[in-house]
Design a protein around this ligand. Structure first.
Ligand code: BDP
Length: 326
C-alpha cells in the first residue's frame, strides 16, 4: 500500500463516524421468557418498528429464554449499559428502587382491571419516573402486563392453614418473603430459571405465578395444585439503560418512548389470549384449580395486613390514590 492509500484507509472509519451513518446503535433486549410469550412478541414488534422507522440507525435483537442471565443479573448489566434494554418484573426492581414497592404489596390492586387502570394513568407514569429518576441508570418506558399471581404447590392448599410451613419460592425481594411468611409459609428467594429443578427435587414445595409462566416454564409438571389467592398483580416495566438513552437523539428518544407505549397496549391483548389458553392447557395437563370462598380469601388478605402496614407506611397518600382509581 502506498502512503496516500494508507492515509485514506486510516481516515475512512473516522469520516464514517463523523457522518453518523456508519455506526448504528445496536439494542440487545434481554427476556427471561421464551419466544412466543406475550411480552416477547410485543417487544419484538416494537424493535421491528424501531428499525424501520429509524431506517436502520437503530438495530434491535431479542435474546429470549433467559440466555443473557437471570433478571437480577440482566438488570445489573442494563445499569452498566452492557445490555441496552429489558423487561423485568417489578418485583426485581423493588430492592433497587424501593419507591416501586407500593405496587409490589400483596392485595394492593383489587383485580387486574384495577391494576391496568392505575398503570395507564398518572400513577403508572409516576412509578416509571421514580425508576428513571433514581440513581440506578435506567429509563423506564412502559408497562407490560404480567397477570395475577397465585400459589402453586405439590400438595393442595385449600385454605391458609394448608400452607403452614411450606417452602414457597418467591422473587428476590424481601417484601415477598415477608408476604409468604405472613401467610404461614416459608418464603425462599431464587431466580426464575432455578424453579423447575427446585420443584422437581423437592427443595421447594411450591411457587407462585401467573398461568402463562406456570405453563411455559414447565413448573406445572411438578406442582399440580393452583390455589387462586390472587395475592400479587405485578406490572412489568420495560427499561432502557440510561447510558444507551443518552446516546439517542431527542427524536430517537421520543420514538423509543412512543413505540414502547404502543407495545404496552399490544401486549395486553396477547396477554389475555395467552392467559385463557394457558389456563386450559394447565387443566389438560392435570392441574387442579382451587377456588377460594370470600372468607377463605379474606384470611390471606388479613394475614398480610402487617406487610402492607410496614412497607406502605411511607406511601399512605399514594395508596389512597391507588385505591380511588376505578
Ligand atoms: C413472571 C414474570 C417474570 C419473572 C417471573 C418470576 O413475568 O418477569 O421473572 O415471573 O417470578 O411472571 O421469576
Amino acid at each position: 500500500m502506498n502512503f496516500k492509500r494508507k492515509l485514506l484507509a486510516a481516515a475512512l472509519p473516522l469520516a464514517f463516524c463523523l457522518s453518523g451513518t456508519a455506526h448504528a446503535l445496536n439494542i440487545k433486549f434481554a427476556e427471561v421468557h421464551p419466544a412466543g410469550y406475550p411480552p416477547v412478541v410485543a417487544e419484538q414488534a416494537m424493535g421491528k418498528k424501531l428499525e424501520e422507522q429509524t431506517k436502520g440507525e437503530i438495530t434491535f435483537k431479542m435474546f429470549a429464554g433467559g440466555v443473557l442471565g437471570s433478571e437480577k443479573e440482566v438488570v445489573e448489566q442494563v445499569q452498566l449499559g452492557a445490555i441496552q434494554m429489558t423487561r423485568v418484573s417489578l418485583g426485581i426492581v423493588g430492592p433497587v428502587v424501593p419507591d416501586v414497592n407500593v405496587f409490589n404489596m400483596p392485595f394492593i390492586f383489587r383485580d387486574q382491571q384495577h391494576m391496568r387502570a392505575v398503570i395507564d394513568g398518572p400513577i403508572g407514569q409516576e412509578i416509571l419516573d421514580k425508576i428513571t429518576n433514581s440513581d440506578f441508570n435506567l429509563v423506564a418506558l412502559a408497562w407490560m402486563d404480567g397477570g395475577t399471581r397465585n400459589l402453586y404447590t405439590k400438595a393442595p392448599v385449600r385454605n391458609m392453614a394448608d400452607l403452614k410451613g411450606m417452602k414457597i419460592r418467591v422473587q428476590g425481594n424481601p417484601l415477598f418473603i415477608d408476604t409468604i411468611n405472613a401467610m404461614g409459609g416459608n418464603g425462599i428467594a431464587m431466580a426464575t430459571g432455578e424453579i423447575f429443578s427446585a420443584l422437581q427435587t423437592g427443595v421447594i414445595d411450591g411457587a407462585e405465578n401467573n398461568p402463562p409462566t406456570m405453563l411455559e416454564h414447565n413448573h406445572y409438571q411438578n406442582a399440580k395444585f393452583y390455589t387462586l389467592t390472587g395475592h400479587l398483580i405485578l406490572p412489568e416495566p420495560v427499561v432502557m439503560s440510561k447510558t444507551t438513552w443518552e446516546k439517542l437523539t431527542p427524536g430517537q428518544q421520543a420514538l423509543v418512548q412512543k413505540l414502547a407505549r404502543e407495545a404496552q397496549f399490544e401486549e395486553r391483548k396477547l396477554w389475555d389470549e395467552k392467559s385463557a389458553s394457558a389456563e386450559a392447557k394447565l387443566k389438560e395437563g392435570g392441574v387442579e384449580f382451587i377456588a377460594l370462598s370470600d372468607a377463605e380469601k379474606k384470611e390471606f388478605v388479613d394475614a398480610t395486613a402487617p406487610v402492607r402496614a410496614q412497607y406502605g407506611a411511607p406511601y399512605a397518600d399514594l395508596i389512597k390514590r391507588i385505591e380511588a382509581v376505578q
